[in-house]
Ligand binder design. Sequence first.
Ligand code: AMP
Length: 283
Amino acid sequence: MQVHEKRRDLVANVAALKRDQKTVGFVPTMGALHKGHLALVERAIAENDIVVTSIFVNPTQFNNSEDLVNYPRTLESDVKLLSELKSNDIIVFAPSPKEVYGDQMSSINYNFGGLENEMEGKFRPGHFDGVGTVLKHLFTIVSPTRAYFGEKDFQQLQIVRKLVEIEKMPVQIIGCPIYREDSGLALSSRNKRLNEKQLKASPLIYKILKQAKKDFGTKSAVKLNEWVSLQLKKNEELKLEYFEIAKVSDLKSIKRKQKDTKYRAFIAVFAGDIRLIDNIALN
Ligand code: AMP
């Protein structure tokens, strides 16, 4: 397995492979890899000749500087985990910010047709501009055939689809299912920071989503919102930031359901200063 830190090395490596008509799968990550990331890499290996996995904690997508400082950085064990997949077809790209951004580390101001103003966009100002900008740079460097994203960050997935449309980038975006602990907790690099009590409380998040899905046919969105707020008020470890039932197409939250429309429920909670998000398809 090769690990490149320099942009020019990665570009040269991929260019040579593409000259041989190889397809390139790309899995962008911020490292602190877990089984959810590895599932994306395995899918990419199955569907492409080679796979580039980037490990880059992107400063421009953090709206909270403490979160950026506290974000786990575990490059050595990440590389080990990827090497345990025993594939000769993985290339790791672990650049410094300068390799990605050059001398100017700033975000492009994107209009994602309003997707950027909902949920995560409301609570994390500038976040999706940072995500869009880093992916524009990374897609340019890696020039992948296909890129793989988790439904764990469903809003991000929809925004990336929009990004490649706006930037006219010839890459196919593939969404992958959420990987969970047996407890139901969606795997996340931030879970590493949960203490014992928080970890014990955390399965409630998915339990709530599953119950919301069950009740979606019979209860109104307003009633479900009230019920979710109550469940979290009763819990000492978790604090609700938002719960929304939204249309999949535009991610706008709804009060009333319409026929023939796809919905998802989205939730963000804090366990101490650790922010956890999750979502579920409702119909
Ligand atoms: P991150 O390193 O958190 O930026 O995530 C990198 C990619 O892995 C993103 O496309 C995430 O949506 C995806 N991902 C993170 N956690 C999970 C999970 N539990 N299941 C599936 N995909 C995930």
